[in-house]
Write a protein that binds this ligand. Structure first.
Ligand code: AMP
Length: 394
């Protein structure tokens, strides 16, 4: 089946094209609305690139240019011949609890829950509407970052605020990175040779979250109402005492909007040491920069605490998964985290851990009570898989 996966942002659209589950093309429409916008399509089988530097007016124009590049490359004769298009949607709110085929009701609902993801959902909608215009007969599928976490029990997703804030305002923990946690946990089941597994999945990228997976289902996760909660991230603070917000508002005269931006864009490891890229942080740690050491230690310590909490939550744990840019590439983060967990019988094979291989693998020793796995995530593949499944069901 020919499936296009779109991740539409406010000024960009990332895409991947799958033909019978094989990636044939990938690329980016970037800087939409600016003079310097660009569309790049890469033939993933031979690395040949097709580019256009037109000033892309809007999402619709971007998709038209992409369609031209698809034709020029010979990879796809027209967007109209696709069997389906899968859209990454950050937030499904309380009502869109499962991935689904998109109709008018779903479109309206994605729009309605935009208040929960004001930076993302409106851009996703623009992407969907553009696709409908470009290829009216191609089915569109919504794949929600929040859907995998819908299996969390109420006592895990509720905040201890007055109940009416849940009832009337839908304030609860939703969790994110669901597509990634779903993908890597099902891969882990194969890797560990089990039909259904209990795993702790750590997706560590610019955004980072941990998920407790019981029998293949999410039972808890570190991100909450928004992707700000939980782990320390590149520029996000993660968990902190909420009383800090009114305190710094008074002490510094900052508005709620300014504090929101500060917590999302200026905090995390960046706020501590001035770098949010772990390659920079690790090279500074090596040079003896103490702030980089502190940021690194804080990041690992918070992760250890979450893993510890989920080891307690799960009735038994088969494996811990590291994924995302940091989880897949930083041997040092994996080593520091696993060292601290060694009293629980978790034993990393340092040799295997330090090998630079990009395939999924087990990096714990044979004696380790809980297996440690590195599983490269592939959210687009998962979106394409779900899209195919839902299009086939009709
Ligand atoms: P992602 O959001 O999953 O693309 O991950 C981005 C993060 O992965 C950035 O903080 C990068 O610094 C980090 N990353 C990528 N490659 C490496 C590497 N070789 N070592 C450490 N961190 C890395």
């Amino acid at each position: 089946m020919k499936i296009l996966v779109l991740n539409s942002g406010s000024s960009s659209i990332k895409f991947k094209f799958f033909d019978d589950k094989v990636v044939k093309a990938s690329g980016l429409i970037e800087k939409i609305g600016e003079q310097t916008s660009k569309v790049v399509l890469k033939n993933t089988l031979n690395d040949q690139k097709f580019e256009r530097d037109d000033a892309i007016k809007d999402h619709e124009h971007g998709l038209q240019v992409l369609n031209e590049l698809f034709k020029e490359s010979g990879i796809l004769e027209d967007l109209k011949v696709l069997d389906g298009c899968g859209h990454r949607i950050v937030h499904g709110g309380k009502t869109l609890t499962k991935h689904c085929l998109i109709d008018d009701r779903v479109l309206n609902e994605i729009d309605r829950v935009s208040v929960f993801a004001p930076l993302h959902n409106p851009a996703h909608l623009a992407g969907i509407k553009t696709m409908i215009k470009a290829a009216p007969n191609v089915p569109n599928v919504a794949v929600f970052d929040t859907a995998f976490h819908q299996t969390m029990p109420d006592y895990a997703y509720m905040y201890a605020l007055p109940y009416e804030f849940y009832d009337k305002d839908s304030i609860r923990r939703y969790g994110f990175h669901g597509t990634s946690h779903a993908y890597v946990s099902s891969k882990a089941a194969n890797l560990l040779g089990k039909s259904s597994v209990n795993v702790i999945s750590a997706h560590l990228g610019n955004g980072a979250s941990v998920c407790a997976v019981e029998n293949g289902k999410s039972v808890d996760t570190s991100m909450g109402f928004t992707p700000l909660e939980g782990l320390i991230m590149g520029t996000r603070c993660g968990d902190m005492d909420p009383a800090i917000i009114p305190f710094i508002s008074k002490a510094r005269g900052l508005s709620i909007e300014e504090i929101d931006s500060l917590m999302n864009k200026k905090s995390g490891v960046y706020g501590i040491c001035g770098y949010n890229d772990f390659r920079d942080i690790e090279s500074r740690v090596e040079k003896g920069e103490d702030r980089a050491r502190l940021a690194f230690d804080m990041f690992c310590y918070r992760l250890v605490k979450y893993i510890g909490a989920y080891l307690a939550v799960l009735p038994g744990t088969d494996g811990i998964i590291f994924t995302g840019g940091i989880g897949e590439n930083s041997a040092l983060v994996r080593q520091k985290v696993c060292e601290r967990l060694s009293h629980l019988g978790i034993e990393l094979d340092l040799n295997l851990n330090s090998q630079r291989i990009s395939t999924e693998r087990i990096v714990s020793t044979v004696n380790s009570k809980i297996k440690v796995c590195i599983i490269p995530t592939d959210e687009e593949f998962e979106i394409a898989r779900v899209t195919e499944e839902l299009v086939n069901k009709g």
